[in-house]
Design a protein around this ligand. Structure first.
Ligand code: NAP
Length: 306
């Protein structure tokens, strides 16, 4: 099968960039994969693993690329775009994998006029970082949400969709603002709660750290896995999706207060109703193939969705 893009450049060879490079190689979605990272040790390691050719400079990496993927934290997107702008041809597709879309669309669009900027977000990941964390099957059966700007070239959007489908993803097209609201509740808020609850537990003076760790199986362990996610990535997510996260946080706080009141007043009916409703949502996620029903979520390590 012919490659979707003859040459792709991946800027940032961490978990997501490394996984795209491996999957593109394995599936033949790209003819040639060129890599760049500002972290010279990560770039060297990526070259050693062999999922692409490590370029000496960012300009070398993107020159003659048909598609460039920004696989860096959301806060670094503008800097990367400014660096590569002079090297791009009008036919180049510039995309990204950032977890927030409206702000990324704005900064890439402003820095790269006259280029096909088509932001995207693969809704797949783990709490690990770096080139060794990536794996080719990361995107299999997972959604990739593409958020084309209003006047995006339909042919290029289709090519990008084909690329992600070749990596094994299911593709959805969505408005960037809508994406940010949906992900605020499905991903960003859960991470904030995890960071917060792990902090609360470790601050409790009457519970020693060893007890928190020893009895972690009671739900806390799953929060610690989520809270082990990269701090730089998540700082940038909350700073750039502030409005949607604050809105969802407001709703969450109200709902939590309602549960708090039900506990105080011994209102078992309310608790039963809310817990039963949550159970049906869990079943819907399993039925949709987005998680496993097996013990320990079918995970034998620490893999999780972003
Ligand atoms: P990662 O493993 O930490 O890798 C990011 C790499 O980009 C690092 O090597 C970093 O180097 C490099 N980098 C940072 N700024 C750069 C710059 N200006 N120029 C060149 N390289 C630069 O991160 P990741 O988990 O792959 O996440 C990358 C993106 O994917 C983020 O935007 C995130 O929102 C999105 N995403 C992540 C997940 C997930 O589960 N992790 C899932 C979906 C989407 P330094 O170490 O020197 O900073």
């Amino acid at each position: 099968m012919a490659a979707v893009f003859d040459r792709i450049a991946i800027i940032g060879v961490g978990l997501i960039g490394g996984s795209i490079a491996r999957a593109a190689r394995e599936t033949g979605a790209a003819g040639d994969v060129v890599l760049f990272d500002r972290d010279t040790a990560a770039l060297k390691r990526a070259g050693e693993i062999g999922f692409g050719r490590a370029a000496a400079t960012i300009e070398d990496a993107v020159r003659d690329a048909d598609a460039v993927f920004h696989c860096v934290p959301v806060g670094a997107m503008a800097a990367v775009a400014a660096e590569i702008a002079p090297e791009l041809s009008p036919d180049t597709v510039v995309s990204d994998v950032g977890s927030v879309k409206e702000s990324v669309a704005k900064v890439l669009g402003a820095a790269l006029p006259g280029v096909h900027v088509i932001p995207a977000h693969p809704v797949a990941g783990t709490e690990k970082s770096g080139p060794d964390a990536g794996f080719a099957s990361l995107f299999k059966g997972r959604w990739c949400i593409i958020t084309p700007p209003p006047r995006a070239d339909a042919t290029m959007v289709e090519r990008l969709s084909q690329f992600w489908q070749r990596l094994g993803s299911k593709v959805d097209l969505m408005d960037a603002t809508h994406h940010d609201r949906v992900l605020a509740v499905t991903s960003h808020l859960p991470h904030l709660i995890a960071y917060s609850i792990v902090g609360t537990a470790s601050d409790l003076e009457e519970v020693t750290k060893s007890e928190v760790i020893k009895y972690s199986a009671g739900g806390f362990r799953d929060f610690t896995r989520i809270a082990a996610s990269d701090p730089v990535m998540w700082r940038d997510v909350f700073l750039t999706n502030r409005g949607a996260v604050l809105e969802m946080l407001g709703r969450f706080t109200e709902d939590l207060t309602a549960l708090q009141r039900a506990i105080r007043w011994g209102d078992g009916d309310t608790l039963m109703r809310e817990f039963t409703r949550a159970r049906t949502i869990r079943k819907a996620i399993i039925d949709a193939g987005q998680d496993s029903a097996s013990v320990n979520f079918g995970r034998n390590t620490t893999k999780a969705e972003e």
